[in-house]
Design a protein around this ligand. Structure first.
Ligand code: HEC
Length: 91
């Protein structure tokens, strides 16, 4: 096999890995959005969550307030939700 074949083979493999990696990022964002819709759309429309940007302290406070009102979350779900909201609706 010539050198060029190897270069091409290498480039194709690297591109595939990058695509797989990007796909993984998109999936985890989608999953978190689903979780927010599922957990935060029970007592009020989930749009209420998205209409104001907050920093991480404010999001933690909001979620604490929702827990006081009856929201049930595992620690992992809470981290996912705070992560999603801070990344997409942060200040
Ligand atoms: C058990 C019911 C319940 C669940 C579940 C719930 N909320 Fe709420 N939420 C409320 C109530 C009741 C209000 C409105 C009145 C108030 O502020 O006391 C409210 C209001 C809000 C507000 C507007 C108030 C403000 O301070 O601007 C935000 C933002 C919010 N919720 C975010 C969330 C998020 C994020 C989740 C999911 C992690 C969530 N809520 C899940 C009951 C809930």
């Amino acid at each position: 096999m010539s050198k060029c074949h190897w270069v091409r083979y290498f480039l194709v493999s690297v591109s595939l890995l990058i695509l797989l990696f990007l796909e993984g990022c998109a999936n985890s964002n989608d999953k978190q959005l689903k979780l927010v819709k599922q957990k935060c759309g029970v007592c009020h429309p989930v749009e209420l969550v998205f209409n104001k940007k907050r920093d991480i302290d404010e999001w933690n406070r909001v979620i604490h307030g929702m827990k006081v009102r009856g929201l049930k979350l595992t620690e992992k779900e809470e981290n996912e939700i705070v992560g999603y909201l801070t990344k997409n609706y942060g200040k």
